[in-house]
Design a protein around this ligand. Structure first.
Ligand code: ZN
Length: 165
């Protein structure tokens, strides 16, 4: 493995041991639970949205190193983003962990989006790139995406527990 791989592993373990934005938001306007029974990961994601901006996001729970680190890095990545950008970032991240491809436009979905429409591009992945190798382990993809699916549910005010099965 390259030095870059070591660096990524260090970043991941750091977020696992000291998760950022861990806790709850008292005046959250979106809360959702996520469950990944294959691994035993459980997260609860809280969001506070103002003027279409993810003003604050926190999580409780966790599980394996990948799910906990992913939740922690997710909160850093989406805080301050518009809801649209947070969703686009999830798509971009999802494509990275499932296909190993970093495409700013995420998976193709329908023909409605025109090529070259800069507004449809996701924000840069940044630290989320540490999960690039996860796709080689399909069971781990669920660990890496659990917090994101749960965030999406919180933003959509869905109340049923999100499950990766
Ligand atoms: Zn896991």
């Amino acid at each position: 493995m390259s030095d870059l791989g070591d660096l990524y592993q260090e970043l991941l373990l750091d977020h696992y041991r000291r998760p950022r934005n861990h806790g709850r938001i008292a005046d959250a306007d979106g809360v959702a639970d996520g469950n990944n029974p294959l691994c035993g990961d459980r997260v609860r994601v809280f969001v506070r949205v103002r003027d279409d901006i993810v003003q604050d996001v926190k999580f409780e729970g966790g599980g394996c190193a990948i799910s906990t680190a992913s939740a922690s890095i997710m909160t850093e990545a989406v805080k301050g983003q518009t809801i649209g950008d947070a969703r686009r970032l999830f798509k971009r991240f999802h494509k990275l962990v499932t296909e190993g491809i970093d495409d700013p436009r995420g998976p193709a979905h329908g023909t409605g989006e025109r090529a070259g429409d800069a507004s449809a591009e996701a924000p840069p992945l940044g630290k989320l790139e540490v999960f690039a190798g996860v796709g080689e382990y399909p069971a781990r993809v669920k660990c890496a995406t659990l917090a994101w699916h749960t965030l999406e549910a919180a933003l959509e005010h869905r109340t049923e527990t999100v499950t990766t099965e």
